[in-house]
Design a protein around this ligand. Structure first.
Ligand code: ADP
Ligand code: ASP
Ligand code: MG
Length: 418
């Protein structure tokens, strides 16, 4: 008998029919003799709808605590309904909120990290023969405050719980049937990957591939949780995420990801003296702003220019921070640029294969586009470019790295991406 954590995302439980299909699938597994813990997300677009509601209440940014109080209701609806659906099939089941399941997080609203899991109640309910259903995306601080784990965070609930209860496998059921070389909604001839390493998937997730929450992959890697991504709409074999993965002959780039949540900030005419970069980036860090790519150009007439990227959603806050340290740092002007996208290629084999990054630059320039910024590591290269022709760029890169296939990708219905 094995212990399985099964996670179903929003589109997999989008309406009552789908919820019942999930219930059947879980009961099927339980009756095969496995013990099942199920993690679910809010139904369909519930989380987005709740966020829209807050905008009708006030144009001001809502208090983060109340936002978490609101958003966690979405998952609570799902666990209760799924439990009822499983009961109606004659299988005992019990639903738990994140806090009932012992998910403790740091005291941060909106994007809390899990700090501890006390799964005793989950284990007891399992032992009593129940399917245990846990609300994804939510936790509690040691002070008893409700928190959320960041958008897409139900994946992290599932993997962290799988690690805590030492599950044999964590299966992430979603609306595509595995991890592809790039988003199969963008590139129809995307290649389904039978397996991928934790490190490659972590890069792809951090660089914008929405199929897995980055912290879920981090957890899986740190606790060596066998992780599978597969479809909730069919029984196709999914993609295994593991420590080592076989590379197909002749393929160096495993995947391509993109992230539109990017803005560039340029500070021009910065007085040349020691410690300037430190001042700017310490001020940004103190304001909880993550800085990504940093480029400093040469010094001319005792002044330097530098640019960096931040999340588009942090742009205004970052500009305020820079203005506030203007007198301390001394610079001529600060400006920002939107309508950008960061496109990245990822592959563990890149480090030992020359010319991979050069090919990326060539493909982008052959399309007549200029590259604003570049960043590289052993297993990835990212370019910041204008976002107007993103899909064309991704398709061209996909072809150039020999990733196109003639097999039709499985995509379970349209998706509203707000
Ligand atoms: P869920 O609601 O099940 O958590 P998500 O929308 O978070 O689903 O993740 C699944 C989606 O991820 C797919 O519908 C697909 O459009 C997108 N996606 C992005 N990159 C990839 C990739 N490399 N492979 C597969 N899917 C991807
Ligand atoms: N419901 C949350 C969201 O939409 C969490 C998740 O789906 O994983 O982000
Ligand atoms: Mg998701």
């Amino acid at each position: 008998m094995s212990l399985i954590v099964m996670k179903f995302g929003g589109s997999s439980v989008g309406d009552a029919e789908r919820m019942k299909r999930v219930a059947n699938r879980v009961v099927e597994r339980q009756r095969e003799g496995h013990q099942c813990v199920v993690v679910v997300s809010a139904m369909g677009d519930t989380t987005d709808d709740l966020i829209d509601l807050t905008k009708q209440i006030s144009s001001a940014t809502p208090p983060a605590r109340e936002m978490d109080m609101l958003l966690t209701t979405g998952e609570q609806v799902s666990v209760a309904l799924l439990s009822m659906a499983i009961h109606s099939l004659g299988q005992p089941a019990v639903s738990f909120t994140g806090w009932q399941a012992g998910m403790y997080t740091e005291a941060v609203h909106g994007k809390a990290r899990i700090t501890d899991i006390q799964p005793e109640r989950v284990l007891k309910a399992l032992k009593e023969g129940n399917v245990v259903i846990v609300a994804g995306f939510q936790g509690m601080t040691t002070e008893g405050e409700i928190t959320t784990l960041g958008r897409g965070g139900s994946d992290t609930t599932a993997v962290a719980l799988a690690a805590a209860i030492e599950a044999d496998v964590c299966e992430i059921f979603t609306d595509v049937d595995g991890i592809y070389s790039t988003d199969p909604r963008v590139v129809k001839c995307a290649r389904k990957l039978p397996e991928i390493t934790y490190d490659e998937m972590l890069e792809l997730a951090n660089l914008g591939a929405a199929v897995l929450h980055p912290r879920a992959v981090e957890y899986a890697k740190n606790y060596n949780v066998p992780l599978v991504v597969r479809s909730s709409f069919n029984h196709n074999e999914g993609t295994q995420v593991k420590e080592e993965a076989a590379m197909e002959q002749g393929i160096v780039v495993r995947g391509i990801a993109s992230d539109k949540n990017v803005a560039r900030i340029s500070i021009l005419g910065v007085e040349e003296k020691p410690g300037q970069l430190a001042k700017v980036f310490t001020a940004l860090a103190n304001a909880q702003i993550d800085v990504d790519i940093i480029v400093q150009s040469g010094v001319m007439n005792g002044a330097a220019d530098f640019s960096f990227t931040v999340a588009l959603t942090d742009k205004d806050k970052a500009l305020d921070v820079i203005q506030n340290i203007r007198s301390e740092v001394g610079f001529r002007e600060v400006s920002s640029q939107e309508n950008l996208v960061k496109v990245s290629i990822v592959g563990a084999g890149m480090v030992s294969t020359p010319g991979v990054a050069a090919k990326m630059f060539e493909v982008i320039s052959d399309l007549g586009l200029s590259i604003n910024m570049v960043s590289t590591s052993e297993i990835k290269t990212s370019c910041v470019i204008d976002n107007s022709r993103l899909n064309e760029v991704i398709q061209a890169l996909h072809t150039a790295y020999g990733l196109d296939t003639d097999q039709q990708a499985f995509v379970g219905g349209p998706k509203d991406r707000r």
